[in-house]
Design a protein around this ligand. Structure first.
Ligand code: ASP
Length: 474
């Protein structure tokens, strides 16, 4: 078939049973050639290894010592997973001495590179032990491969690096290795060999970059959930599982709220046309969900999923003869840009323009602009609105908080007559007023905005009504 790249996240790596099951998958299917690992996730009573490493790094940078109790917890995590699998404590301690050694590098590295070295080490510790288990205990031909040796280079921010193009060529050499490759996610190095990591959750990124480099036939992502549901199960009872969904559909849903894969991780595999299979380790034989370029559309249902996002505000700007002022919209957008406020939707009238904004945009936030990264301070919305009004010499600017967006998505909606009327009918029948509406030019999504001032659950109810309309109860 081709090479399958399989990624195992923190949850999959946080119990001996899961690690054993993950290994079984490589016995069952010989096309599984590359196992990409996160660090150990949350174990009862203990935090995630990456979180412990972050805490320990903060402390050592402040006080000069890596706290003993944190190191002890990291050890306990590894004993918990690997001792029942037959790995001796002394062997585990030997691998953990790698972290001890890294801790001594504090004064020889710049702060962010030192952070990257320590924070990214959870993936290395786990993967080295996993390779010992797979090779020595299970007798499978397997080896640990280190990103530093193969030339997995990142550039930019040491704590949120991006892949350098030449890394793909270097990583493609993984195809030539014999047996199963155990490859740690999240960390790499820059061209000078200094420690780097991707941003948080970056093992998804490592796996997608490796999948592209080896031209994988499939990128598997093993999770604690069986696949992707058509709606949030906290809102809709027993939503249907998607068996297939396209990259574009999932992008639309993730943009609103679906948390499927590290957003940046999908783009390279999407460009390369590599299907992504999301599967649950609990029942590995279940089909799961495959994300791919094109899917067979269901002639009975044009919709694949319904997402929603609360805590939205509408900002309405009014100005007489706005439509005659060439460049007005650009001026509005540039003020939002200056303040690093991202806009969800824009609606227009002849003398008014409406912007839909997530309220979290006003909180302190991280800024990514090319390779440089910084923090934008919290903004006070009333002050921002006054400023907007003054800069635009507008007649009135109004903020209306407590709104929500609901996004109905499906490739089947394209050229399908009547979807919009079903959406609005399902809501009007249930007394829900649509305040804004937007259908993307791809005809793959319909976004509507509703008010939640009188009833904070309006958006959730609307999702349920729409779900019933397209998936269920008739
Ligand atoms: N361990 C890292 C984190 O928690 C990377 C990952 O799990 O993907 O962010």
């Amino acid at each position: 078939m081709g090479i399958i790249v399989s990624k195992f996240g923190g949850w999959a790596n946080s119990s001996p049973e899961n690690v054993r099951k993950s290994c079984d998958l490589f016995v069952d299917n010989k096309d599984r050639k590359i196992k990409i690992n996160s660090a150990i996730g949350k174990i009862e009573g203990l935090p995630k290894v990456t979180d412990l490493l972050i805490e320990g790094t903060n402390e050592i940078l402040k006080t000069g010592t890596f706290p003993k109790d944190i190191f002890e917890k990291i050890k306990q995590n590894h004993y918990f997973v690997f001792e029942p699998l037959g790995i001796k404590r002394a062997q585990i301690d030997e691998i953990l001495s790698i972290l001890e050694d890294y801790i001594t590098k504090k004064d020889s590295l710049e702060e962010d590179h030192f952070r990257a070295l320590i924070v990214g080490s959870g993936e290395e510790l786990f993967s080295r032990l996993d390779a010992i288990y797979i090779r020595e205990i299970r007798g499978i031909n397997a080896q640990y491969v280190d990103p530093r040796e193969i030339g997995h280079y990142l550039y930019g921010n040491p704590l949120g690096g991006k892949i350098l193009d030449e890394s793909y060529k270097n990583l493609s050499k993984l195809k030539e290795y014999d047996g199963v490759i155990i490859y740690p996610g999240f960390f790499a190095v820059d061209k000078a060999g200094l420690p780097m990591i991707y941003s948080r959750g970056g093992t998804d990124k490592t796996a997608s970059d490796v999948a592209v480099a080896v031209q994988a036939s499939l990128y598997e992502n093993w999770k604690d959930v069986e696949g992707i549901l058509a709606s949030d199960p906290r809102v809709v009872k027993n939503p249907k599982m998607m068996s297939e969904v396209t990259y574009s559909e999932i992008r639309e849903l993730s943009y609103i709220s679906f948390n499927v894969l590290h957003q940046e991780a999908m783009l390279p595999v999407m460009k390369a046309g590599i299907p992504i299979s999301l599967k649950g380790l609990i029942n590995p034989n279940n089909q799961g969900t495959t994300i791919l370029k094109n899917r067979k559309l269901d002639s009975n249902n044009p919709v694949i999923g319904i997402a929603h996002k609360e805590n939205i505000c509408f900002i309405n700007i009014e100005k007489q003869l706005m439509n005659e002022e060439v460049g007005f919209a650009q001026r509005v957008l540039s003020i939002f840009r200056e303040h690093q406020i991202s806009i969800e939707q824009i609606t227009t009238g002849i003398d008014s323009i409406g912007l839909v904004v997530d309220m979290n945009e006003f909180q302190e936030k991280q800024i990514y602009s090319g390779v440089a990264e910084g923090t934008r301070k919290k903004l006070y919305i009333d002050e921002f609105i006054k400023h907007l009004n003054k800069r635009l010499s507008s007649d009135n600017v109004q903020v209306r908080p407590n709104k929500a967006l609901i996004c109905v998505v499906g490739d089947g909606m394209r050229s399908h007559i009547g979807v919009l009327s079903r959406v609005t009918n399902a809501l009007s029948k249930n007394n829900i007023n649509v305040e804004v509406i937007d259908q993307g030019p791809s005809e793959r999504n319909i976004i509507i905005g509703v008010d939640c001032c009188d009833d904070k659950d309006t958006a959730k109810k609307a999702v349920q009504f729409l779900y019933d309309e397209f998936f269920g109860k008739k």
